[in-house]
Design a protein around this ligand. Structure first.
Ligand SMILES: NC(=O)c1ccc[n+]([C@@H]2O[C@H](COP(=O)([O-])OP(=O)(O)OC[C@H]3O[C@@H](n4cnc5c(N)ncnc54)[C@H](OP(=O)(O)O)[C@@H]3O)[C@@H](O)[C@H]2O)c1
Length: 293
């Protein structure tokens, strides 16, 4: 039975752990806090509170795993916080699990392009924000250890959609100025991409440096913010939100690009929710109060 450690069992990590478990992998999940571990105690796999930023804690909890997925999130924070969770976390995991294949959940925010063009894994990723630079450093560290880097678009899914929440609470506004693309991905499609890549890597012996082991994970159908709100308005017979007076400050910078996941798709990964509209209809809206009611 292959084994996986999900280091960071949060919104994405718990769904990923569930999927690996369903596929009969031996699974262990880590959270930062004992409260989060306790909240997951009903899961059919072991959950522990282990701070990946602490070398001692990670070393003390280390066992043999085939795959270790770094899925912990800084939940914002500055460069120092990023360095602690992402880079130091990756270094500690690499040290404690020298035999395991490391997988890092990075972000499409490393692409700084502003012209709205399509970007692939070969496009420049010369991150401009200090936080994105730490992600790039972590990516290089992971690749240097024969690991796999996934660059995730904005994650949404059951119980988590900032667009829908703002739309339904009447707090949504459309950013003024030039339209930007939103690159999105349903949580369950990220989980399936991580499983797909882990299983594929298992078939390959050894951890050799592969600079091409970077995969964008997006639904491949970017939408503008306006298009998303117009669609939500049309299906709920509500007005389209007004244009705001100032663009909301963006934690991930002012990039504007369309992120391609053709590379992953060409290997055989299939998206269950290939568009915002399908994800909303089939997975997310049923969980929220129906618009218009
Ligand atoms: N959300 C997005 O749109 C998005 C986009 C691109 C990339 N990503 C990446 O995807 C990954 C997962 O994101 P998410 O949205 O699922 O995050 P999340 O819901 O905030 O969950 C984060 C998890 O990491 C755990 N964690 C935080 N610090 C830790 C530490 N020092 N040691 C061990 N565990 C720690 C948290 O535990 P506690 O609950 O105890 O704090 C929680 O279980 C992250 O790497 C994130 O950067 C996310």
């Amino acid at each position: 039975m292959p084994s996986v450690l999900i280091a960071g069992c949060g919104y994405l990590g718990a769904a990923t752990a569930d999927l690996f478990c369903e596929k009969e992998w031996e699974v262990e999940g880590w959270t930062a806090s004992a409260d989060s571990s306790a909240a997951l105690s009903m899961k059919p796999y072991l959950i522990s509170a282990v701070d990946i930023g602490s070398r001692e804690a990670v070393t003390a909890a280390a066992k043999d795993f085939d795959t270790v997925i770094h899925c912990a999130s800084s939940r914002g924070g500055d460069e120092q916080v990023y360095r602690q969770i992402y880079l130091r976390g990756a270094q500690n995991l690499a040290l404690a699990f020298p035999q395991a294949r490391l997988v890092f959940t990075s972000s499409t925010s490393v692409y700084p392009q502003t012209d709205g063009a399509w970007v692939t894994e070969l496009s420049p990723a010369e991150a401009s924000l200090p936080t994105s630079k730490v992600l790039r450093e972590t990516e290089e560290f992971i690749l240097g250890h024969g690991g796999i880097v996934t660059r995730l678009a904005g994650i949404y899914g059951p119980g988590r959609s900032a667009l829908l929440r703002k739309f339904l609470t009447g707090t949504a506004t459309i950013d003024p100025g030039p339209e930007r693309f939103l690159n999105q991905i349903h949580r369950d499609d990220v989980a399936s991409a991580l499983f797909f890549l882990a299983q594929r890597a298992l078939a390959k012996a050894g951890r050799t440096f592969d600079p091409r082991a970077i995969y964008n994970v997006s639904d491949n159908h970017p939408r503008t913010q306006r298009a998303c709100y117009e669609w939500l308005a049309s299906i709920s017979h509500r007005p389209v939100p007004p244009v705001g007076s100032m663009p909301a400050p963006r934690r991930r910078g002012n990039s504007n690009k369309q992120v391609s996941s053709e590379k992953l798709k060409s290997l055989g990964w299939k998206c269950r929710y290939p568009t915002f509209e399908e994800a909303m209809r089939e997975s997310i809206l049923p969980d929220f109060e129906r618009p218009g009611t």
